[in-house]
Ligand binder design. Structure first.
Ligand code: GLC
Length: 525
């Protein structure tokens, strides 16, 4: 039997940017609520809601000051309850973002912890003495630039932070920390949420003796400074798996809840997050489609490597984009973004889709005065462009807000928006709608086996099959035409990047234009 989170599609909402119900320029929970009909029409199964908890917003909510409440910008607990209920009525699940590696420096726990060395919460965070010369305890770096330690003059120690100094790292070796954090998970589970996406799961535990990270021999200057060291002592420590097991055990006390982990690691390390006995995360995010060059040979090899590395009974998953990564339509171009849609929706495993990709949103253009993202301000790589407001209509504010949007609405919203694309079957949204429809209806696509097909050039091909029903997927990741030949390729095109090809009979020789992608139902199915 396949569970909802195996055959279903996860849709990520970045709440600040989805729909603003009160005109303050920032999206909110009632805004998401009002779009449930759209999401049901689109055919997704679960919404992952990025953080909506009280927060000073140093990292737009990934700095949580209270794990068991809602930030007034986004609404109230009652709004969250109403969203969960209304989503469930439509058969849509709600997945919350859980940020366990660090809290806000304004969280009462940290305020207590930093108040004195003898405070009972001192050990809830990672405090350490300076080196004799007064410098930080070791060479660890912050992902967001600068040292991974900040000096506290009051208590004369450094505290550790993998991200901003406003995001102090919790000490997950401390049992009280674990109990408090599991209490937060339980709070939301009891309110009916269907699972969690766990932020930077592989960062949770650090080397107990704070050893220096080694230099990265492959570092090329110009890359983000964080990459100058290999974070072998500050991330992916063996003890992290005990914590993942504890989180999973908690979820398993409820029925069919899902544990998704954000883990940016190579495949052989990533798959360890499923747990040695399948008792870890259900879905450690697989970011290969985000991190690899857009090349058929590279992607074909990566899919096979991943399929081969998956532990027995582990369920695969795929991601094309999220709030931290440039949008797919900007990365590979609009024509290839259609091919990418076919790929995401036909690979074996749970797809996670980023809001706006279904209409082909591209990275927005943000002036320095409009910049919001702390990563962008500190180390360049701004994430603002992929966080611009959802484009609902051609009007002012793109139907996102009646006020001044917190990030500018893309100039492209006049032609790239839900209202326009819903009327146009040739649009990106039309394509996504047909693909999702097909995927939902066909066990071969949402649960079936995956078999790679040998190809040449920039063509990627595979077969999905279940109960004798077989689909051949042929994707041209290049811009030039290509003749794809396959003895078994006899059938009918059911979904295509170019809608004119839908219904076309296929007989062994399949001419592909550049940027063409086809889903073919094979004869005899
Ligand atoms: C994760 C989030 C990112 C955030 C960081 C720190 O990578 O996805 O948005 O800035 O963690 O919490």
């Amino acid at each position: 039997m396949t569970l909802w989170w195996q055959k279903g599609i996860v849709y990520q909402v970045y709440p600040r940017s989805y729909a603003d119900s009160n005109g303050d320029g920032i999206g909110d929970l009632p805004g998401i609520h009002a779009k449930l009909d759209y999401l049901q029409w689109l055919g997704i199964d679960a919404i992952w809601v990025s953080p909506v908890f009280p927060s000073p917003m140093a990292d737009h909510g990934y700095d949580v000051a209270n794990y068991v409440d809602i930030h007034p910008l986004f609404g109230t607990l009652a709004d969250m309850d109403a969203l969960i209920e209304a989503a469930h009525q439509r058969g849509i699940k709600i997945i919350l973002d859980f940020v366990p590696n660090h809290t806000s420096n304004q969280h009462p726990w940290f305020l207590e912890s930093r108040s004195s060395r003898t405070n009972p919460k001192r050990d809830w965070y990672l405090w350490a003495d300076p080196k004799p010369d007064g410098s930080p305890p070791n060479n660890w770096l912050s992902v967001f630039g600068g040292p991974g330690w900040t000096w506290d003059p009051e208590t004369q120690q450094y505290y550790c932070h993998a991200f901003l100094k406003e995001q102090p790292d919790l000490n997950w070796r401390n049992r009280e920390v674990r109990a408090a954090m599991y209490g937060a998970l339980q709070f939301w589970l009891d309110r009916g949420v269907d699972g969690f996406r766990v932020d930077v799961l592989w960062h949770l535990i650090k080397d107990g003796t704070y050893r220096d990270n080694p230099q990265n021999p492959d570092y090329v200057s110009g890359q983000t400074p964080y990459n100058s060291l290999l974070p072998v002592y500050s991330t992916d420590q063996p003890e992290v798996h005990e914590i993942v097991r504890e989180m999973r055990a908690l979820l398993d006390r409820y029925s069919e809840r899902v544990l998704i982990g954000e883990v940016y690691l190579p495949i052989h390390r990533l798959v360890s997050y499923y747990g040695a006995a399948q008792d870890g995360a259900h879905l450690p995010f697989n970011f290969q489609l985000v991190t690899l060059p857009w090349s058929a040979t590279q992607i074909a090899a990566a899919v096979s490597e991943y399929e081969g590395a998956l532990p027995l009974n582990a369920w695969p998953n795929w991601v094309l984009g999220n709030h931290d990564q440039p949008r797919i339509a900007s990365r590979v171009g609009l024509a290839q973004a259609r091919v990418a849609a076919l790929l995401l929706m036909t690979l074996r495993g749970t797809p996670t889709h980023y809001y706006g990709d279904e209409i082909g949103m591209r990275d927005g253009v943000i002036t320095p005065e409009e910049a919001e993202d702390p990563q962008g301000k500190n180390v360049g790589l701004s994430r603002d462009p992929q966080r611009t407001p959802m484009q609902w209509s051609a009007g002012r504010g793109a139907g996102f807000t009646t006020g001044k949007p917190w990030l500018p609405v893309s100039m492209e919203h006049a032609r790239c928006n839900v209202a326009v694309e819903q009327q146009d079957p040739d649009s990106m949204l039309g394509l996504y709608r047909r693909l999702i429809d097909l995927r939902r209806a066909e066990p071969a696509l949402n649960a079936g086996s995956y078999t790679p097909v040998a190809t040449q050039g920039e063509v990627l091909s595979y077969i999905r099959e279940q109960d004798g029903r077989r689909f051949l997927i042929v994707l041209n990741l290049g811009h030039s035409s290509h003749l794809f030949s396959q003895r078994d390729a006899v059938g009918t095109v059911v979904v295509a990047t170019d809608r004119a090809r839908e219904g076309e009979p296929i007989n062994q020789r399949v001419p592909l234009m550049g940027d063409d992608g086809l889903v073919v139902l094979l004869n005899g199915s």
